[in-house]
Design a protein. Structure first.
Length: 78
């Protein structure tokens, strides 16, 4: 009888350990997936900002060129 109860306690301990370990693994995986998603969102925002800044710089170069042209025209008419 003692051997039977020892085996039952051992099996229940094994099941409890497996359930605890698996739930810990799933929780860690869920957190890691969430964090990766947050980092991807930040990277996308950063990349979008870089793309917009390139467009702004190109526009500023164009505006400076046009201002230089207008300045030269004014000097020619003086």
């Amino acid at each position: 009888m003692v051997l039977d109860s020892t085996i039952i306690v051992g099996v229940l301990s094994l099941i409890g350990t497996l359930i605890g370990s698996l739930s810990g693994i799933f929780a860690a995986n869920k957190l890691t997936t969430y964090r990766i998603g947050q980092l991807e969102e930040k990277v996308n925002k950063h990349n979008n900002l870089i793309e917009r800044m390139v467009a702004v710089e190109a526009s500023a170069k164009s505006a400076h060129k046009r201002l230089d042209e207008l300045s030269e025209e004014v000097k020619e008419h003086e």
